[in-house]
Design a protein around this ligand. Structure first.
Ligand code: FMN
Length: 178
């Protein structure tokens, strides 16, 4: 049965409202590991060896984060730069992630309609996530449809509850493929 690693990158995890609730909703699921990078590495000093060992021990890698300036928070970028190393994720012998899957799970302040051509942010989520999609391609990982909770600040509590339940189902389904 597939094992899921959730690499959670938040700048200030203790101040998170939305990601913290999403994390709490999946933390008791079997075969799911929560890797809270912001808490583990408050100084951004990522332990590449430890992170690569975690990657090897899982089949599906979820990158969960609040969308910051149209990309991942610095802690998750630093994780990419440190963990996805030459000879491991790419280059000669760098096939250790081949056949695994990558999924983005993110929350955004901007609503879905702002992420359209001609909209407030001008580009779609698929376009803005291209660097991560390309990273999945280069490392031989399957790109799974992202989970995006958009416009979190203007959601009703009921709307967010429904998305929390949806996230739990998505993650649970990854560990129980039919
Ligand atoms: C530094 C910073 C940059 C942000 N950049 C964006 C952005 O580019 N697009 C967007 O839709 N929301 C942006 N936001 C809003 C966050 O995505 C939103 O506050 C976050 O998803 C809420 O999740 P949390 O409660 O887990 O922190 C930004 C927020 C901060 C603090």
């Amino acid at each position: 049965m597939p094992k899921v690693l959730i690499n959670y990158g938040h700048r200030r995890p203790q101040e998170s409202k939305f990601n913290a609730r999403l994390i709490a909703a999946v933390s008791d699921l079997p075969r799911v590991t929560i890797n809270d990078l912001g808490t583990r590495y408050p100084d951004l000093n990522i332990d590449g060896e430890h992170e690569r060992a975690l990657l090897l021990a899982h089949d599906i890698v979820v990158l969960q984060f609040p969308f910051y300036w149209y990309h991942t928070p610095a802690i998750l970028k630093e994780w990419q730069d440190e963990a996805l190393s030459f000879g491991f994720a790419y280059g000669p012998g760098g096939d250790k992630l081949k056949g695994k899957s990558m999924m983005v799970a993110m929350t955004t302040g901007g609503p879905v309609e702002a992420y359209q051509h001609g909209g407030y942010n001008q580009f779609t989520f698929d376009e803005l996530l291209l660097p991560l999609h390309a990273t999945a391609n280069l490392t031989g990982m399957h790109w799974l449809p992202p989970f995006i909770s958009a416009g979190v600040l203007s959601k009703t509590p009921e709307q967010f509850e429904a998305e929390i339940a949806e996230y739990r189902e998505r993650i649970s389904a990854l560990t129980n493929p039919s």
